[in-house]
Design a binder for this molecule. Structure first.
Ligand SMILES: Cc1ncc(COP(=O)(O)O)c(C=O)c1O
Length: 441
């Protein structure tokens, strides 16, 4: 392969020549009529097929009676059946009495937690809605749903840089320990959405040893990608629950998890793990909110996976589908873009996303160019509070849903679009302006 030329070092005539060549290739894509949505991290149909057996893991001829003698077809076990609690307790390495198993969505569980804090406070604190100001720290880039929940409840979001080993903990500590209006922080600690980084032991210790100014400050530890390892080298995350305990800080954290990206996205089961005090507080809400969750589905999950080893074995099948897709993305990014000095990215070992930083001011343009050629990416800015990426540089790639063939096409197009947008920027910097408008005519 010919060695790629570093774009920032090109002179004006080289840039112009390169631009004309890339534009011609892009125009071929415009004719091709591609149609692909890569905006969300959805499992592919093949991944869902892996858990199809879940649907009849509880047949009508089977027993519906669970460990405590209760019939799962009826109401009962408000905080989940014992068998499912045991499964999550082993997965999270948290005592079974500190786990509640709930419905199909962890986002729902998180939303309810914020809603409860707004209306009733946390463990008898002043309801947040009665306070003049409630703020959350938001490591960026981050998960758009977390930010949407804050925005919905009028919680002010403060961006905090997310490094390769976790959030900037010096800043987090300074803010949390000095400002009583800061009530929480969003964390996706393993294979973070979107950068794919995993928090280091030092970062987990820094979290667990925080001394927040607000007694009702909580860490929202969203462990969505707990078992989503696509390589032999697995990211190892220190147990936040036991680390908090070591510092006498067990009330500091809520851990959320679901099987949405393990079993069936819309029909999984979720869980929350928390200290005795926090869990009692959560159960006060649950007692009013519901008569029970879908226990038949909880039983399906237990019968299908049997135990934690069953979950790990199942994730190996996901790995066989996901790893080649991540490799496609890495190959394109490295060969087409990194070698030309026009992107920076972290290579995740698992999770669902690859987060790419373009040259400043190029992300929206790349999104527009991809869209016009038929590939929809996550909207630029979505990974930042209020949709505002000041640098206009971050784009999230979600490689799970397309087939490998579709993904190759999409990545080819993505790389062309990043090259075009970068060339437009570099040409403009040299005083040669190209009209930044639709190239589709
Ligand atoms: C960080 C994170 N949390 C939660 C979810 C969704 O979880 P659930 O389907 O359980 O609501 C996702 C899905 O993309 C996610 O990336």
């Amino acid at each position: 392969m010919q060695k790629a030329i570093f774009y920032p070092e090109m002179n004006l005539s080289e840039l112009k020549k390169e631009y004309d060549q890339i534009l011609a290739r892009y125009q071929e894509f415009l004719q091709a009529g591609l149609q692909l949505d890569m905006s969300r991290g959805k499992p592919s149909p093949e991944q869902l097929d892996l858990a199809s057996g879940m649907v009849d893991a509880v047949a009508h001829t089977d027993s519906f009676i669970v460990e405590n003698g209760s019939d799962v077809r009826n109401y009962g076990n408000l905080d989940g059946i014992a068998e499912a609690k045991k499964l999550f307790s082993e997965l999270l390495e948290v005592p079974v009495e500190n786990v509640a198993v709930c419905g199909n969505s962890s986002v729902n569980l998180i939303y309810d937690q914020i809603s409860q804090a707004m209306s009733h406070g946390i463990c008898n604190s002043t309801p947040w809605q009665k306070l003049d100001q409630v703020k959350f720290l938001c490591p960026v880039p981050g998960y758009d749903r977390h930010f949407a929940i804050c925005e919905y409840f009028g919680i002010e979001m403060i961006p905090v840089p997310l490094h390769d080993d976790g959030p900037d903990m010096e800043l987090v500590k300074n803010l949390v320990e000095s400002d009583e209006s800061i009530k929480g922080i969003w964390c996706v600690p393993k294979y973070s959405n979107p950068t794919g980084i995993t928090y280091s032991d030092a970062v987990v210790h820094a979290f667990a040893s925080l001394k927040p100014k607000a007694e009702d400050f909580r860490i929202f530890w969203d462990y969505a990608y707990c078992v989503h390892d696509w390589y032999d080298e697995r990211a190892k995350l220190l147990n936040i629950f036991t680390t908090c305990k070591q510092y006498g800080n067990e009330d500091l954290v809520y851990i959320f998890i679901s099987t949405s990206k393990i079993s069936l996205s819309g029909s999984g089961i979720s869980a929350v793990a928390a200290s005795d005090k926090n869990l009692a507080d959560i159960k006060q809400r649950l007692q009013v909110q519901r008569l029970g969750f879908d226990r038949v589905n909880q039983l399906r999950h237990v019968r299908f996976f049997r135990n934690v080893e069953g979950i790990y074995a199942h994730m190996q099948k996901h790995r066989a589908l996901m790893a080649p897709k991540f490799e496609i993305v890495f190959t394109f990014l490295d060969q087409e873009l990194k070698s030309r000095g026009i992107i920076a990215y972290h290579k995740p070992k698992g999770g669902y996303f690859v987060s790419v930083n373009t040259l400043d001011g190029c992300a929206k343009r790349v999104y527009q160019l991809c869209k016009e050629a038929g590939v929809i990416l996550t909207a630029p800015g979505a990974t930042f509070p209020y949709g505002k990426d000041e640098k206009d540089a971050n784009l999230r790639l979600a490689p799970s849903y397309p087939t490998p063939e579709e993904l190759e096409k999409a990545m080819e197009l993505f790389c062309l679009c990043v090259r075009l947008a970068s060339l437009e920027k570099l040409l403009a910097a040299k005083g040669y302006s190209i009209k930044q408008e639709s190239l589709s005519g």
